[in-house]
Design a protein around this ligand. Structure first.
Ligand code: ADP
Ligand code: ADP
Length: 223
């Protein structure tokens, strides 16, 4: 049984090959860290697994269902209903407050504003962001914004969370706190977590590390 899977995925951007036959399978509730050199295809693989990019050839599966053959609209519904995302930059809506940003996935799922804000609030304590609920997210520091983005990724209790360098803007103590929270989400809620990181200390929190080189997943290391 796998939750998230890529089978022999090939994807090029024009003439540039990004993935050349990448295969990886992630079990339900498992945390997998994707590592490897810059330009090796990590982000592209993450975007394929998350139903954002569609491979040229190969297959993507989520919860036993093939998702790369879904149309754009079906994939966007799947992403909204089942996935959480934490991407490096440009992901918060700067005009909204921090708590509105965290509540956004719930609002998009049709929850009423008051209920969504109530769900959002406990995340501020969990992530040491108490007092910043009403601050416009454009006025947060990089590390604060990254933790708000993490809360937003987890607030709807997604089946799978996809994260690209989720600790990139954080000092090491806050990075540990973020990884502890990711680990407890996976353990308590059964969230499957796939993250891209350059940081070996971050990868050490994963159940398994996967190395991408030249567009292929060519090494498996147990954490
Ligand atoms: P990594 O995440 O390991 O740094 P990427 O998946 O971002 O690698 O990129 C893999 C290869 O694809 C690189 O050669 C990169 O320059 C290229 N690439 C990635 N995204 C695009 C894009 N949107 N347009 C053109 N080339 C891209
Ligand atoms: P990372 O290494 O974290 O993936 P990058 O700087 O490689 O970050 O990529 C950041 C963004 O730029 C991604 O959305 C990627 O798709 C895009 N990108 C990467 N390489 C290229 C490229 N050669 N041409 C156009 N877009 C690219």
């Amino acid at each position: 049984m796998t939750a998230v899977e890529a089978r022999d995925v090939v994807l090029s951007f024009g003439e540039t090959p990004a993935l050349r036959g990448a295969t990886v399978a992630v079990a339900p509730g498992e945390i997998v860290a994707i590592m490897g050199p810059s330009g090796s295809g990590k982000s592209t693989l993450l975007h394929c697994l998350a139903g954002i990019l569609v491979p040229d050839t190969g297959e993507i599966h989520f919860d036993g269902r093939r998702i790369d053959t879904l149309n754009e609209n079906q994939r966007s519904i799947l992403r909204r209903d089942r996935f959480g995302f934490v991407f490096q930059s440009g992901q918060l809506v700067p005009e909204l407050t921090a708590e509105e940003n965290v509540a956004l996935p719930l609002l998009l799922n049709g929850m009423k504003r008051a209920a969504a804000l109530k769900e959002a609030r406990p995340w501020f304590e969990r992530l040491d962001l108490t007092g910043l609920e009403r601050r416009r997210s454009g006025e947060l520091s990089g590390g604060q914004a990254q933790r708000v983005a993490l809360a937003r990724g987890l607030v709807a209790r997604p089946g799978a969370l996809f994260a690209d360098e989720p600790t990139g803007a954080l000092d090491s103590l806050t990075g540990e706190q973020v990884m502890d929270l990711l680990v407890s989400s996976a353990r308590d809620e059964g969230t499957t977590v796939v993250l891209v990181t350059h940081d070996a200390r971050v990868a050490a929190y994963a159940d398994r590390q996967v190395i991408v080189r030249d567009g292929k997943v060519n090494a498996l290391v147990s954490a």
